[in-house]
Design a protein around this ligand. Structure first.
Ligand SMILES: *Cc1c(COP(=O)(O)O)cnc(C)c1O
Length: 393
């Protein structure tokens, strides 16, 4: 094993091949840099990959969340429930529409929204009090959407699955069937991000998947200014070929053909990358099972897509600083959303979600990405053990 590396080891990074570069260059030489054939091609491929009927590509994952909230009709004052352990965007999309964000605590064993706590929250209010649920496949572990759907149906909620961490991930349902993240079978809508730390990189980019044709059509219109161009029956009929009309207030949340060419090229290797992530995670699991002082979050789950490999230690701050001196750029996912000053101003405070806060105090995401070598991983494990062997650790 190497004893150190001159290059930093981040918690996540993209893998760009010569084929990826060639795909982008070919698009740069083509007739369309944006609004050409590559967008629809990437959408069709991505829909097939997750097993959904429709996919709508957008400029980033946050735009995807915003459009989902708009398409589901989030109104000022409407209440939506999400998890405190997620990237802030999962909650912010509700605020963009003037809605109120509510949280339920996490299950400390998985890091996912605790559906028993969601139920308790729902039961404490009259039906209709909450409009929707935004569960997150945190770290790549799929939310059990069979249970979430049953709960949502009982209380009249829609579901947006934030699957940014989990393309290719799945859970096993009561019948023993694999239910893939974003397959559109159980949640109205699901969203993905193509930020370079995620499984599939386009630089910036996002995707919405659904099995609902009307929602897909509405999302496409909202993505491009609320404008309809095609003969949809919505347009005035006595106009020429130039005609388009703005039906509602939309946005420019489009993604370019350049980026979709990269996305398609990346997607073709997604299974390979996912298999390597799972192999690395298994190797970490084995190493840390033999390391006192380290607790692995949700080890050994079938279908885990492993965007993040999260451990928990007593002296997280100490380990974080120590690893930096070793050129290992571990990261914390996440500062709980309800502890963000913006959300504290809206009334949330420390102590509201004890499981999320206890998790946050101890969590650290270690390097995990397809091009991480076995030697690099062994070095990370050795450094974690070196820190824990120190008397003050
Ligand atoms: C990355 C991420 C987002 C936002 O995606 P962007 O493409 O960065 O806008 C939303 N939710 C989760 C859980 C994420 O990890």
């Amino acid at each position: 094993m190497e004893t150190s590396f001159t290059h930093p080891l981040p918690y996540g990074r993209q893998h760009i091949t010569d084929e990826d570069v060639a795909a982008v260059v070919a698009t740069l030489h083509s007739d369309f840099l944006t609004q050409g054939p590559r967008v629809a091609e990437f959408e069709a491929q991505f829909a097939a990959y997750v097993g959904a009927s429709y996919a709508v590509a957008v400029s980033n994952g946050t735009a995807a969340l915003h459009l989902c909230a708009l398409a589901l009709g989030v109104q000022p004052g409407q209440r939506v429930i999400t998890t405190p352990i997620t990237f802030a965007a999962s909650a912010n999309c509700v605020r963009y529409c003037g809605g109120e964000v509510h949280f339920a605590d996490i299950d400390p064993a998985t890091g996912l929204l605790d559906l028993a706590k969601v139920r308790a929250l729902l039961e404490a209010h009259p039906n209709g009090h909450f409009a929707g649920l935004i569960p997150v496949d945190f770290a790549g572990l799929a939310v059990n959407l069979e249970e979430a759907r049953a709960l949502a149906d009982e209380f009249g909620l829609w579901i947006i699955e934030d699957a940014c961490h989990a393309p290719g991930g799945y859970f096993v349902d009561k019948q023993g069937q694999k239910r893939y993240c974003g397959s559109g079978q159980l949640a109205e809508l699901a969203i993905f991000s193509f930020h370079p730390v995620k499984h599939i990189a386009t630089g910036e980019g996002g995707m919405i998947t659904t099995n609902d044709e009307a929602l897909a059509r509405h999302l496409r219109r909202l993505r491009t200014h609320g404008i309809e161009r095609e003969a949809t029956g919505l347009l005035r009929q006595d106009e020429g070929g130039w005609y388009m009309e703005m039906q509602e207030l939309g946005y420019n949340y489009r993604i370019s053909d350049i980026l979709c060419a990269l996305g398609s090229s990346q997607l073709a290797r997604a299974d390979e990358g996912l298999a390597r992530r799972r192999q690395l995670a298994k190797q970490y699991d084995v190493a840390f099972a033999a390391t006192p002082g380290v607790t692995v979050l949700a080890p050994g789950h079938e279908g885990h897509a492993y965007h993040l490999y999260v451990i928990q230690v007593a002296n997280r701050r100490g380990l974080y600083e120590f690893l930096r001196t070793k050129n290992i750029l571990a990261q914390v996912h996440y500062v709980p959303v309800h502890r963000m000053p913006y959300y504290e101003k809206l009334g949330w405070q420390a102590g509201d979600f004890p499981a999320a806060e206890a998790y946050y105090a101890r969590c650290l995401s270690l390097p995990l990405y397809p091009t991480l070598t076995d030697d690099e991983q062994a070095y990370v494990v050795a450094c974690v053990r070196e820190f824990l062997a120190q008397p003050a650790a």
